[in-house]
Design a protein around this ligand. Structure first.
Ligand SMILES: *Cc1c(COP(=O)(O)O)cnc(C)c1O
Length: 374
């Protein structure tokens, strides 16, 4: 039972990805086009396979971070529109056009650069409505002039991004929406009506910030089955039902009985206080188990939580097998997922590590095999 086919591997559920996408579409139906975000190798769920599932589920847009990610999807035969969200550098501009990628533009100079490519190309313009990261701070009149002066480069979308959409203790999001609307209205007065307007990602969808949905939403985390908790008493109920699509397992390499007073792993930061049965697991921080889980956090072994003992090392992690006395070398344990009555998702793992679920998912390394299941 429960024998490991690899040292460490993830299983990605195709049906969960598809169902999560349908749940987002159902919630925003009639209001907004859903752009699933498959950047960073689809939060490590595998960008090509996930994009295929989403296209089959009716996605006509996808979003990636950079040109290289977009080109990889084109080479794999993905035909949906692809929005490239995190800017581009001069050496990437030709590839944008050759591969029919749609760039997000963050500075008015870039509109002119695109225009000089000499053939029609659509772009989305991002404004900095108060996040203080990428996005233009130009005055609407300057934006209107730059948009109108371009003839090959065509403004198809106006967008912004929220800094703290899940935080209902402060008005930052309301102020961002207001700033966005001010720019959109000023552009409309100049006769500029981009086909798409978008601001919201998972949190703005899941907690129903409908005034931000406009006619497009960019959703990543929820596609993979996660919605971060909101903050504040005023936070509304979460509207979206999604389920984590990925589980992560690793093999037990060795099981040992150690006496009282044994120091475990680098630095000897854990000392046994009684005789213990320990398991040495074939995954460490090089696989993506956060080093900060050293002496904290837990995996699931034999259907029970098994505390991590000592330092998480590069290739190995040691756990307490007191509650799983029957496990043997070659058996699997669960890092993310469900065994028996015990469940641990990326959010719970991240909390123990003082991190966030996004970072835990993206941190699952290339060394971890990826299998797709139904
Ligand atoms: C990553 C990203 C998203 C998706 O965010 P989620 O919280 O994963 O839904 C949306 N928009 C931009 C600009 C992003 O960088």
């Amino acid at each position: 039972m429960n024998r490991a086919p690899y040292r460490s591997w993830i299983e990605v559920s195709r049906s969960r990805i598809a169902n999560n996408f349908q749940a987002v579409k159902a919630l925003t139906a009639g209001a907004a086009e859903v752009v699933p975000v498959v950047k960073a190798d689809a939060y490590r769920h595998g960008a090509v396979e996930v994009s295929r599932i989403l296209e089959q589920g009716g996605a006509s847009w996808l979003a990636v971070s950079n040109v290289e990610e977009g080109v990889a999807l084109r080479r794999a035969g993905i035909g949906a529109r692809i929005l490239v969200m995190a800017d581009f550098l001069p050496f990437e501009i030709q590839a944008l056009r050759e591969h029919h990628l749609t760039p997000v533009i963050h500075s008015l100079e870039h509109i002119a650069d695109l225009d000089r490519l000499g053939s029609p190309i659509a772009y989305h313009l991002k404004i900095d409505s108060g996040m203080g990261r990428l996005g233009t701070l130009a005055d609407p009149s300057q934006i209107a002039a730059a948009v109108s002066n371009a003839h090959n480069a065509m403004l198809e979308g106006l967008m912004t991004h929220f800094a703290s959409a899940g935080d209902y203790t402060k008005p930052q999001t309301e102020s961002q929406v207001e700033n966005f609307n001010t720019v959109a209205n000023r552009l409309a007065e100049s006769g500029i009506h981009p086909r798409y307007q978008h601001m919201g990602s998972t949190i703005a969808v899941a907690y129903g910030r409908r005034d931000s949905w406009k006619n497009m939403v960019r959703v990543g985390h929820a596609i993979y089955g996660y919605v971060s908790p909101a903050r504040g008493d005023q936070a509304p109920a979460q509207l979206l039902k999604v389920e984590p699509a990925l589980s992560w397992k690793a093999a037990i390499l060795a099981v040992k009985e150690v006496p009282t007073g044994t120091k475990i792993g680098y630095g000897g930061i854990y000392t046994t206080e009684q005789p213990m049965r320990i398991g040495i697991i074939a995954a460490g921080y090089a696989d993506g188990i956060p080093h900060r889980l050293s002496n904290k956090g837990r995996l699931i072994a034999g259907g029970h939580f098994a505390p991590i003992l000592g330092a998480v090392s590069m290739d190995l992690t040691t756990i307490d097998l007191a509650k799983a006395p029957n496990l043997k070398p070659g058996d699997a344990v669960t890092i993310i997922g469900t065994e028996g009555n015990a469940t641990q998702n990326a959010q719970q793992l991240a909390k123990d590590a003082g991190s966030i679920s996004y970072s835990v998912l993206c941190g699952i390394s290339a060394r971890v095999h990826r299998l797709y299941v139904d």
